[in-house]
Design a protein around this ligand. Structure first.
Ligand SMILES: Nc1ncnc2c1ncn2[C@@H]1O[C@H](COP(=O)(O)OP(=O)(O)O)[C@@H](O)[C@H]1O
Ligand SMILES: [Mg+2]
Length: 316
């Protein structure tokens, strides 16, 4: 599991990983979705003293609250209807290793309190039991939201935020580390060509230019998925601009160097305005930690109008 990149932004992340991995510190990984948060969490575990212990990922946003509680804490037989046998929770399963709490901002207030207790006391009780079980775990949490804003709006406990935010690692979006795009693209092409047992493909210069001027709202995951698709759908060994999906090659406000000079071939006004709209929406979302209602305020739009626009532009 290799982490690819040589931009100064990702190099700073590598340095941080080296420093925090061997410690017992709680780590909070922040960044838009698809930036590599889980990859970084695994790397920290691999480089830690706990590497021979388990790495237990839990996506707090994907599991309904009731289920999340019993998944995390486990339960004793008879704790609730349907609990026909006892079951250890993921905190117990992570004993001696690392638990990765992904999408931590989605945790309910009740579970936030329980998590705070674990951080303080390193003990848990299974549902339906009074017995405290001590657990030796390291916690790595991640979110694509702006947690400070979540705290300010009363959705996330401040005391828990301080406990988790001992060592924050901020992962920059791909559009802010474009130097990494060629490397990542090549890495994924190699990976998928090998998997599919086809001769190695490469990108034409023009195709690469498109990738460099695109804004990558889905970050590395979007790039990875695209490379997989191209390996399967392109017959030639060279992937050309024409093989890329159209939205990738539209003239972008970034490459236009707004309000600079016109490209010699002119530009498509409608498409360019769309690109500008898209990049302003992405900027507003970034500035508001992904909270759509606040991004809408920044753009002086209704929340529903913003969501409609995002759908139309393929942003959600
Ligand atoms: N720097 C990187 N080098 C190689 N692969 C990466 C890198 N960053 C992300 N990926 C890959 O991109 C995908 C999305 O990463 P993931 O860690 O799941 O992102 P997140 O948890 O932030 O949504 C994964 O398949 C991951 O392996
Ligand atoms: Mg993830």
């Amino acid at each position: 599991m290799e982490i690819i990149g040589q931009s100064s932004a990702i190099k700073r992340v590598f340095k941080l990983i080296e420093k925090v991995a061997p410690t017992e510190s709680t780590v909070l990984i922040l960044g838009e979705s698809g930036t590599g948060k889980e990859l970084i969490a695994r790397a920290i575990h691999q480089k830690s003293r706990r590497k021979d212990g388990p790495f237990i990922p839990v996506n707090c946003g994907a599991i309904p609250e009731e289920l999340l509680e019993s998944e995390l804490f486990g339960y004793e037989k008879g704790a609730f209807t349907g609990a026909n046998r006892s079951k250890p929770g993921r905190f117990e399963l992570a004993n001696g290793g690392t638990i990765f709490l992904d999408e931590i901002a989605e945790m309910s207030p009740k579970l936030q309190v329980k998590l705070l207790r674990i951080l303080q006391e390193k003990t848990i009780e299974r549902l339906g039991s009074e017995r405290s079980i001590s657990v030796n775990i390291r916690i790595i949490a991640a979110t694509n939201r702006n947690l400070e804003a979540e705290v300010a709006e009363g959705r996330f406990r401040e005391d828990l935020y301080f406990r988790l935010n001992v060592i924050p690692i901020q992962l920059p979006p791909l559009r802010e580390r474009k130097e990494d795009i060629p490397l990542l693209a090549e890495h994924f092409l190699e990976k998928f060509c090998e998997r599919e047992e086809v001769p190695l493909k490469r990108l034409s210069e023009e195709a690469l230019k498109c990738l460099l001027s695109y804004s990558w709202p889905g970050n590395v995951r979007e790039l990875e998925n695209l490379m997989e698709r191209l390996v399967i759908l392109t017959e030639d060994e060279v992937i050309r601009k024409e093989d890329l999906p159209e939205h990738l090659c539209e003239p972008s406000s970034l490459s236009l160097n707004f309000p600079g000079t016109f490209p010699p071939e002119g530009l498509d006004l409608q498409e360019t305005l769309k690109e500008i709209e898209k990049s302003l929406i992405l900027k507003a979302l970034e500035a508001s930690g992904g909270v759509k209602s606040r991004a809408a305020k920044l753009l002086r739009l209704n929340r529903t109008t913003l969501i409609e626009k995002m759908k139309r532009l393929g942003l959600c």
